[in-house]
Design a protein around this ligand. Sequence first.
Ligand SMILES: *Cc1c(COP(=O)(O)O)cnc(C)c1O
Length: 354
Amino acid sequence: MSYPRIEVDLNKIKHNTEILSALCDKNNIDAIGVTKVFCAYPPIAQAMVKGGVKMLADSRIENLEKIKDISIPKLLLRLPMISQANKVVELADISLNSELETIQALSKEAIKVGKNHKIILMVDLGDLREGIFREEDIYSNVESILKLSRIKLVGLGTNLTCYGGVIPRKENLNKLLDLKKKIEEKFDIQLDIISGGNSSSIYLLENGEMPQGINQLRLGESIVLGRETAFGEKIKDTYEDAFKLIVEIVEIKDKPSIPIGEIGMDAFGNKPTFEDKGIRKRAICAVGRQDIDTDNVIPDDDKISILGASSDHFILDITDCDNEYKVGDKVYFNLSYGGILSTMTSEYVNKVCK
Ligand SMILES: *Cc1c(COP(=O)(O)O)cnc(C)c1O
């Protein structure tokens, strides 16, 4: 077995998905499984499907390609690149959009291959990442979209708590529902999907505060880490350790805690500082910042403290550990969202499902 490796407990992913799907169902909301944090690794995506998500979503077309054989509708989360319009029509049933030029390009490709493509128009409610900001622009865009062949406008969406950290509230989500009503009346159409955000909207379900009419949520972190992202609270009855990083120790030695010699810069151009704790037992592990940053890991053994890392090494202080570590032993870590993202992306980390 090769290390470093990330072990994924598919039953925990399935369980978390079931809990969140049930919570969404109770509120007449479709839970969409977001796969980008694990690069749409197919067995994990499958576990989300078994857990009850109604659709899979990813920000990257390359990831949608990996799960194209899973028969469930696919949503592209990141605004499409015009240069990838043909791939978007081929691999996504629905895409989130905010630029008319792009939607026109999608229409052209959809006509070419004789396939319909669905659009959710993104509205910026103040978080200032993607979405149309001015109300007049929304209407003029809708008017133009309705004239395009092979494009079906199926709903409105918004994304919050990503760039600006704006928290979803009744007030801002009601604005989205208000816009839906106005568009439906103005253009005599029906918008079936109102996509009310990501894992930061979960707390509204838990508190019973979700406005009636929001009928879709796109969920990544809440499924993989059992955590809502408006306040960072754990979600009841979910696992937060479905992903584990396991690394191997390649050196253990007693050394001083302050380097010997004049201090210049470390491997990443920073000038390091040190606290003198005398001689300490240090372990070097074969994983590094090329795979993951130290602030994205939490050692299972809480007596371990992390001293630092370079591209290919983690340096741990194991002086206070009850466990007698030896060279060749393995160290286990829990991961943050950023930690799952970077280790799943690293080609040097072995991925194992159990
Ligand atoms: C990443 C992403 C999500 C999922 O966010 P989580 O916080 O992981 O639930 C939802 N919508 C869009 C547009 C995204 O880019």
